[in-house]
Design a protein around this ligand. Sequence first.
Ligand code: NAD
Ligand code: ZN
Length: 349
Amino acid sequence: MKKVTVTASLTYDVIIDNGILDRAGEESAKVIKPCKAAILTDSNVAPLYAERLENSLKSVGFSPLRFTIAAGEGSKNAENYLSFLNFLAEHQFTRSDCIFALGGGVVGDLAGFAAATYLRGIRFVQIPTTLLAMVDSSVGGKTAIDIPAGKNLVGAFYQPSLVLCDPEALNTLSEDIFADGCAEVIKYGIINDKQLFEKLKSPIKPQIENIIEACVTDKRDIVTADEREMGVRQLLNLGHTAAHSIETLSHFEISHGSAVAIGTAIIARAASKLGYCPVNDCEQIIAMLRAYGLPTKSPYTAKELAEVALHDKKRNGETISLIVPFGIGNSKIHKINVTALEEFFAAGL
Ligand SMILES: NC(=O)c1ccc[n+]([C@@H]2O[C@H](COP(=O)([O-])OP(=O)(O)OC[C@H]3O[C@@H](n4cnc5c(N)ncnc54)[C@H](O)[C@@H]3O)[C@@H](O)[C@H]2O)c1
Ligand SMILES: [Zn+2]
């Protein structure tokens, strides 16, 4: 068992342990007095894991109620958000009740935003079931839904009360979705954890508990320093500027993880071409992404990527912050003029 304690506006544990799903009730009862528990899950995860979670919760006195959304990014929308709030209200959830997010990042982001806003905030527990959600989205308190104008445009910073990662749940993931999570794992290595990057040169699955712990620790350190993304937390957006454009342009046909891999490859190539990053480090980054079955080529032009990115919320007046690797484990926030973005992307294609 591994435990990482996050101290942000709320202090909570991230527990990583095989089979913890069957002890979720027990672990939750240590931080939340048994109450009504709304389990938000999706149509793929529910048949695999919801009953086990419900049984564990019931065994210690929680009263679980399940709300299942269709699997996929398209479900992280305002309609499901309102339906879920209505569900909570109909079942008379109060501030002493709680929400459980059982699923990937889509479920976690939607459940978290509902928890942040229902009755101005009720407690929630993250039970991530994808690698991406375990290493990234379940930790740090960013919650959001998508609206037609863009992805993650409506959200809140709201920390969970507990995060439970059961690495055994990863056994039912398809290779593609597992690889999506690997893109975020590789990201931490490039940002500031060269040791993690080196570990990824050996097969990931036999060391998955350690890898999840390393990523959660890296994220914890960054979130502790800058919960609201005014500074260093922006480092976690490595590869994400181009990635968000790619996701949008593909109408979400290209998954978040694949888009992050392409975005990371673009920024690494641009950094190397413009003389910020040693060529050898750039080559290692591209090779690592490929070794994990991730794409590294953009189906879109620099002009298309830049146009979408400049509508993005991360734009700050006439400049935009890019996260640039100056070497593996040494990424920095780099501000460029918005007019230079297209050229920057072009250097990375
Ligand atoms: N809040 C944050 O800090 C943050 C960080 C990164 C990403 N995100 C968000 O996370 C989302 C992507 O997360 P994701 O990649 O987990 O996507 P996802 O939640 O859509 O899950 C991917 C697919 O895997 C299925 N699945 C989940 N667990 C499974 C399991 N154990 N076995 C079999 N199938 C399983 C799901 O049903 C879905 O079809 C995006 O919306 C992204 O914006 C948020
Ligand atoms: Zn991401």
